[in-house]
Ligand binder design. Sequence first.
Ligand code: CA
Length: 229
Amino acid sequence: MSRILIIEDEIAIAELEKDYLELSGFEVALEADGSQGLKRALEEDFDLLILDLMLPGLDGFEICRRFREVKNTPIIMISAKKEDIDKIRGLGLGADDYMTKPFSPSEMVARVKAHLARYERLIGSGSPVNEIIEIRGLKIDKTARRVWVNGEEKNFTTKEFDLLTFLAQNPNHVFAKEELFSKIWDMESIGDIATVTVHIKKIREKIEFNTAKPQYIETIWGVGYRFKV
Ligand code: CA
């Protein structure tokens, strides 16, 4: 759940913003004093700040400036005067958005959501994402080499995992056992196509609800196997 801090000294407005955000599923904290608000914004982890401009203690300009020296959390600045918005922009304090009072609370919620989504994309773009294959109830995390069946994790040996992943990555394609053996096992491996059959059986026991009627890996008699989607 995203946490939002509202720094606003007009209690009626602060409560209205809080109500709308909570209705949209956000967790909301309120601060009415500028210095207290900045302190809390720096000490706790919020996902977004809604910052009024005219505040007792410390004004919104100063809060925004000091906060930005430390954190990149999105900030929506609220002002009673249109001309203040131009001033905020001009100062380049690092606010992400501006709204003038009176504003529509639904509009505010929409902007909050947009900024949170944008910020998450920004943060997410820097971190590696695991490569996941999801087919019905089967989830394969290729990066972590983990498999879940209807939410329950199952353990696979290296070759079972490689074989399952290979088939799932090439759905609706029939592979001969010889073909699968040469793809998954290296040439030095001792074994033959019976190895493939044994591995398919073990995989089915882990992923299929009924191994007699496989939902994922079908046997194509006389040919080989196909992953069905
Ligand atoms: Ca105010």
